[in-house]
Design a protein around this ligand. Structure first.
Ligand SMILES: O=C(O)CCC(=O)C(=O)O
Ligand SMILES: [Fe+2]
Length: 276
């Protein structure tokens, strides 16, 4: 009888550092529920680091946040790399600035310690602002590589394999990050815990996280696939990682760092006079 490699040797998701301080899995591991894994890190950034990132955004000037969705009719005469242009969409109404990795060394080193990747795999760290009513509709952070546009986006850095989303302020009302396909971990369900803001985690599918200053949500927009012999078949977008930023009521600030499978090169919106 053929023996198959143990699943432990075949990581489905990016193997992040599970010993990172304050890291907790917030989703269920019950195999019958098939929840995507989502982690939360309390106090990932300090209050001071959060305030400085917000300040950098406010001073630098926010611009409309782009999306990287598919273009229905890609022009085949244009090289794929040039077609991969992020565009503005009513699905994402926040504003954003892109920072240079060298200007936010603490954030980058925390992200690389947490995720185990090198700094060059981190996209440019962003600061995004959501004013009341601004949102980011349901989306996958990963690219759909069955489409020409998805393939084009992968040419700089490959697939997105992990998202680190850091909340830069406390948000009492609105602006939650919701994962409709995820299930709360059994012992977090229905509790008055700080993640669900006291509204109860619910007992069915659907996890929503209330922004708490300095807290970070970590999840996996794509995962590895293998054949029956354990040979790697590549990364695929995980439909279970669907999520959205609910409409803001209170103003909300976040910093996103998207992790790529390879080396990513980007141009920051501005350089900071003093690194954070
Ligand atoms: O702001 C949020 O809560 C989620 C943001 C998000 O999903 C993204 O920027 O990709
Ligand atoms: Fe996202």
């Amino acid at each position: 009888m053929a023996s198959f490699p143990s699943p432990v040797l075949l990581p489905k998701y990016l193997p992040i550092n599970l010993n990172y301080p304050n890291l907790a899995l917030i989703t269920s591991i019950d195999p019958s529920l098939n929840s995507p894994p989502i982690y939360y890190v309390h106090d990932f950034l300090t209050i001071n680091e959060c305030d400085k990132l917000i300040q950098a955004g406010l001073e630098g000037g926010f611009h409309p946040s782009p999306v990287v969705g598919d273009s229905p009719l890609p022009d085949p005469t244009i090289p794929a790399t040039l077609r991969a242009k992020p565009k503005i969409s009513s699905a994402r109404t926040s504003t954003t600035i892109y920072l240079d990795r060298a200007d936010v060394p603490t954030l980058v080193s925390k992200v690389t310690n947490l995720t185990g990747v090198g700094p060059s795999q981190c996209e440019l760290p962003q600061v995004a602002q959501y004013l009341p009513d601004q949102k980011y509709d349901s989306h996958y952070d990963a690219f759909d590589t069955t489409t020409p546009n998805g393939v084009a986006f992968c040419q700089n850095g490959g697939q997105r394999i992990c998202t680190v989303l850091v909340y830069l302020n406390d948000v009492e009302v609105g602006g939650r990050t919701s994962f409709p396909m995820a299930f709360w971990r059994e012992d977090l369900r229905g509790e008055d815990n700080m993640l669900n803001g006291g509204q109860g985690g619910g007992d069915g599918r659907g996890v929503s996280v209330r922004p708490r200053k300095g807290g970070a949500v970590v999840f996996f927009p794509s995962h590895n696939t293998y054949n029956a012999m354990g040979k790697e078949l590549g990364l695929v977008l995980d439909p279970l990682a669907l999520h959205r930023a609910e409409e803001a009521v209170d103003v909300k600030y976040v910093s996103q760092v998207w992790i790529r499978a390879g080396e990513y090169n980007g141009v920051p919106s501005r350089r900071l006079s003093t690194p954070i």
